[in-house]
Design a protein around this ligand. Structure first.
Ligand code: MN
Length: 254
């Protein structure tokens, strides 16, 4: 995730890959739905959080403004166990709660409003923030935005990918941005792949963006190297967005 105004690295989203013993990589689309249905996504998320603590703890201590975003799913919002897990894993660690963002997907409805509210309140009480993921792709879940206490709206790539250099307006995207602003939530645009998309979003006041324009999904060690290469969170000379993106992409590729 980078800041479109300054070119500075703002943080990252934790993604999961399944690497088989023979080195083959199973893409998340092939197992995440299954993990959620079977409940295996709960221990999977615990494992991912433990890996974040081990792999990014030292970096987080050195870069206190770095934000680490972790995906939760509907099953995490049926009881408050995840809040206990977050405390058990990150309490007293080098990753402070305020560096953590927990993403709720809009794709599946949260079944239990009371329990969901308790989880979000528990995460907020620790100092962590909550993001609505895939915003705009659900069917009726926009209603959550006014009741759930969402801090960040992640705008799905389907609204970003139609932007070209010639785009003057995109009513749904522009509307989502306006809605987020009026709700007082931060915005992170996902799936930014071209400079034209980054420019359009920045022109609409979107500050945070993630996507292949800046870096592909990286292994933890490569992300640490990228963060260090970018100078401890110090700002790139990002008067030119293209230069900043190119510099980041080059470093990510290295
Ligand atoms: Mn996400």
């Amino acid at each position: 995730v980078i800041n479109l105004r300054t070119g500075a690295l703002a943080g990252c989203e934790v993604l999961v890959r399944w690497e088989k013993k023979n080195g083959d990589i199973v893409p998340p689309g092939a197992f995440v739905d299954y993990a959620e249905v079977t409940g295996l996504a709960i221990p999977m998320t615990i494992s991912l959080m433990q890996q974040v603590r081990a792999d990014l703890g030292e970096l987080c201590a050195r870069m206190p403004d770095l934000k680490i975003s972790i995906n939760l799913f509907e099953g995490h919002f049926r009881n408050a166990n995840v809040v206990d897990d977050v405390q058990a894993i990150f309490g007293g660690s080098s990753v402070s709660y305020r560096q953590l963002v927990f993403e709720i997907t809009e794709r599946h409805p949260l079944e239990r409003q009371v329990e969901a509210d308790a989880v979000i309140a528990g995460l907020h009480a620790l100092g962590a923030r909550v993001a609505m993921d895939d915003t705009g792709t659900g069917h009726s879940n926009l209603a959550y935005l006014q009741t759930l206490g969402i801090d960040i709206i992640k705008i799905d790539r389907v609204f970003v990918s139609p932007i070209t250099a010639e785009t003057q307006q995109l009513p749904i995207l522009d509307g989502l941005i306006t809605m987020a602003r009026e709700l007082g939530t931060e915005i992170v645009a996902e799936g930014v792949e071209t400079e034209a998309q980054a420019r359009y979003l920045r022109g609409r006041g979107v500050v945070m963006a993630q996507g292949y324009l800046f870096a592909p999904a990286l292994k933890a060690a490569a992300f640490r190297e990228l963060a260090d290469a970018l100078g401890g969170g110090a700002e790139l000379a990002a008067t030119d967005l293209a230069e900043a993106a190119a510099a980041m992409a080059t470093r990510a590729a290295a």
